[in-house]
Design a protein around this ligand. Structure first.
Ligand SMILES: C[S@@+](CC[C@H](N)C(=O)[O-])C[C@H]1O[C@@H](n2cnc3c(N)ncnc32)[C@H](O)[C@@H]1O
Length: 442
């Protein structure tokens, strides 16, 4: 590797942000690592997914769907497409919620990801146990940037249509985006990056060394952006981006998230007449003129901050209506093919005024802070509140286990941790560690 300063080697020379190896590494990481990208054990850099895969979130999304169900056809199963399902835990919790809310028999959940490995892990590790494949759910290898290539796990192509709800939890952030900044002449500059390393090793096991991306130095610079020589997708959606940024002042940066627009275009073509798209993702931070950080790194994956306005503006141009809010660290957006749901008072109020998810995260966070048995009474109050929202997931069992551990009731704690491990292979908690730690007390 070329040494370019006293301390640093060049990993990748200046290249457009969206064409850099951050993209290809992220893609390889997800496709090869599968569900293990979300497993904490021995891995200090997991992809965060506690909020999106929580039972609280799944209930919330299932309730949103139920509030619109009267507008959907009665003569066929309703189809819910989870895109980029990752660990499959949201799917599991959504099916539980559908069962509890009484509409399980009316739906088929299509669990999809462009990572076939993830889907195979979900199947092999029985994440959806208790539900029946091809009755309650099915698997689909689906790349959102090219929905026409969708295949099932036998490799047979699947023609997707009449989707009544598409769910995208932390997926839009994984699709291509280039940061652009407005110039004084009204044109744009694009962000390029250069990647440096302190090590001269060419060998990088990105699947097992999950600290690899975090160990790199990523430098930005700005160069003129010529849309006419950009990729086909960038050209296709550029008028949406330039319309949205028309009033931007000189130097103002924004994210041209053309990958998310391509995904929305695909989803629009398969959505039923009263269908809707639900997005939960990393919100836009408040940008200052100097800010140039448009992404975060988790494990060996890059996650772009999304561009909510761009997505909404694109689908509005196709006649969609929308609702959005920020809650529990998430930007949450509902996009409906028509306005029958968004103008419905009950539906609007449920989505906009219900803070169930926020409450869940607050209670959970407070519970985490308690480490001392003198606060056992407070822990009990918090635990009971939390169980009112979630008494079925691995997380709920784990928290009950932690409560018993706090009270030195080791046998009970161990039983609950083991029960939790049975139903969540990607547990946000390192359950093996908790189990062996508790066993030492017995
Ligand atoms: C950050 S993870 C989120 C996983 C899960 N939805 C959650 O909330 O925990 C992003 C997921 O999107 C998938 N993904 C990335 N690019 C994709 C694409 N072009 N098409 C479909 N899935 C994609 C990845 O394999 C990964 O499972």
């Amino acid at each position: 590797m070329e040494k370019i300063t006293k301390d640093f080697y060049l990993v990748e020379d200046w290249v457009d942000f969206d064409k850099s190896s951050l993209e290809s590494i992220s893609r390889e990481y997800f496709t090869k690592k599968g569900m293990d990208a979300f497993v904490k054990k021995g891995n200090p850099h997991i992809i965060p997914h506690l909020v999106t895969t929580s039972i609280a979130h799944a209930y919330n999304v299932a309730s949103i769907f139920k509030n619109n169900i009267q507008t959907l056809p009665l003569d066929r199963k309703l189809r819910i497409l989870e895109c980029g399902s990752g660990s499959g835990i949201f799917s599991r919790h959504f099916l539980i919620a559908a069962q509890d809310l009484g509409f399980l028999d009316r739906v088929e959940l299509i669990v999809s990801d462009f990572s076939e490995q993830s889907l195979r892990h979900i199947k092999e590790r029985k994440v959806l146990e208790g539900f029946t494949e091809n009755e309650h759910y099915s698997f689909l290898v689906l790349n959102l940037l090219d929905a026409s290539t969708a295949v099932n796990l036998d490799g047979d192509s699947v023609n997707l249509k009449e989707i009544d709800l598409a769910v995208l939890n932390y997926v839009m952030d994984a699709l291509p985006m280039i940061p652009l900044a407005k110039n004084s002449d009204g044109l744009f500059s694009k962000q390029q990056i250069r990647i440096l390393s302190k090590s001269d090793s060419e060998e990088n096991d990105i699947i097992n060394n999950t600290s690899y991306l975090a160990s790199l130095i990523i430098e930005p610079r700005w160069e003129p952006y010529d849309v006419h020589s950009a990729s086909d997708l960038e050209q296709e959606f550029f008028n949406v981006f330039s319309g949205l940024t028309a009033s931007h002042s000189e130097g103002q940066q924004s994210r041209y998230s053309y990958g998310s627009l391509a995904a929305l275009k695909s989803l629009n073509s398969i959505l039923s007449d009263n269908g809707m798209i639900y997005i939960a993702d990393i919100p836009s931070p408040l940008l200052t003129k100097k800010q140039n950080q448009h992404y975060m790194l988790f494990g060996n994956s890059k996650a772009n901050y999304i561009n909510e306005d761009l997505m909404i503006s694109y689908l509005q141009s196709l006649g969609y209506s929308s609702l959005q809010k920020k809650e529990a660290g998430l930007a949450r957006i509902i996009l409906c093919k028509n306005d029958s749901a968004t103008t419905n008072k009950k539906f609007r109020e449920f989505f906009l005024n219900n803070h169930y998810l926020e409450r869940f995260i607050e209670i959970f966070t407070m519970f985490q802070v308690i480490k001392d048995s003198s606060l056992s009474d407070v822990a009990k109050i918090l635990l009971d509140k939390l169980l009112e929202i979630d008494n079925q997931s691995s997380l709920a069992l784990t928290l009950q286990g932690s409560y018993h551990l706090l009270n030195k009731n080791y046998e009970k704690a161990l039983e609950l941790y083991k029960e939790a491990r049975e139903i969540d292979f990607s547990a946000a908690w390192d359950l093996d560690y908790k189990i062996s730690g508790t066993e030492m007390f017995i």
